[in-house]
Design a protein around this ligand. Structure first.
Ligand code: DC
Length: 242
């Protein structure tokens, strides 16, 4: 049986960097579900689909196929067979992703793919609704967050490093808007699962967060093998009785 870790949280909390590193340490597959939603959004932008028009959206989705493949341990995302991994990180795509991912038919398109991966492999899956909706029985759930100021500063530095001009204020406003949309939508809103461990990365380094996740995995694995031990004993006694 596969071991599944769900990491949810708002944009800019460091989920993907942290999840990637932890997955590598654990030899798990890292599944970036945001990239899948981004690929769909890119397809909708390319077609110029009006996402408010149900029939047009449904026709576009019927002709949209999203897939992922691992190349040298890195997740690549494909839109109708084309590797779009390097085209999905623009502001325009981010905005369309946040709007289109709120629509139930868009989410339904990816649910099976994500669940199927988790069934087959040890995965560390990051997103917004992994612990609450996609993998409610995940072995470990983390809700990773950070203050809006910290997240905006991180994004700002990222952009500056890429040589892009941007304003910290604009980024902060953008993050607040996206947080609001992601957590107030009707279908699968961003929220902490009741059984998730909450981690605030505002005052933690990436290494500290990764180390804490690895510690939690070790702890859960020990608990799981304990439970399996008890089950085996119970099964054994049942066998004996029958
Ligand atoms: O994690 P990210 O920034 O790449 O996510 C992009 C958008 O996709 C974000 O607005 C939230 C949405 N998303 C979602 O609704 N459900 C997921 N499981 C992952 C991402």
């Amino acid at each position: 049986m596969s071991f599944n870790i769900a990491i949810d949280g708002p944009a800019g909390a460091g989920k993907s960097t942290i999840a990637k590193r932890a997955a590598k340490e654990l030899s798990f597959i890292y599944v970036d579900t945001g990239a899948m939603y981004r690929a769909i959004a890119l397809g909708l932008l390319r077609r110029g689909t009006d996402i408010e028009d149900e029939a047009a959206l449904s026709a576009a989705l019927d002709e949209t196929e999203v897939g992922i493949r691992y190349v040298d341990g890195e997740q690549h995302v494909y839109l109708n067979g084309e590797d779009v991994s390097s085209l999905i990180r623009t502001e325009k795509v981010s905005d369309m992703t946040s709007r289109s991912s709120a629509i139930p038919v868009v989410r339904a398109k990816l649910t099976d793919l994500q669940r199927d991966l988790a069934r087959r492999e040890d995965v560390l899956m990051d997103g917004r609704d992994i612990g609450t909706t996609i993998l409610p029985d995940a072995d470990l759930k983390i809700y990773l967050t950070a203050s809006v100021e910290t997240r905006a500063k991180r994004r700002y530095l990222e952009q500056v490093q890429k040589g892009e001009t941007c304003s910290l204020e604009e980024i902060e406003k953008d993050i607040c808007e996206r947080d609001y949309r992601d957590s107030h939508r009707e279908t699968a809103p961003l929220r902490q699962a009741e059984d998730a461990v909450r981690m605030d990365s505002s005052d933690m380094t990436i290494e500290e967060v990764v180390a804490e996740i690895l510690r939690l995995v070790k702890e859960r694995r020990a608990q799981t093998s304990c439970i399996f031990g008890e089950h085996r004993e119970a099964d054994g006694s049942q066998d004996f009785l029958s």
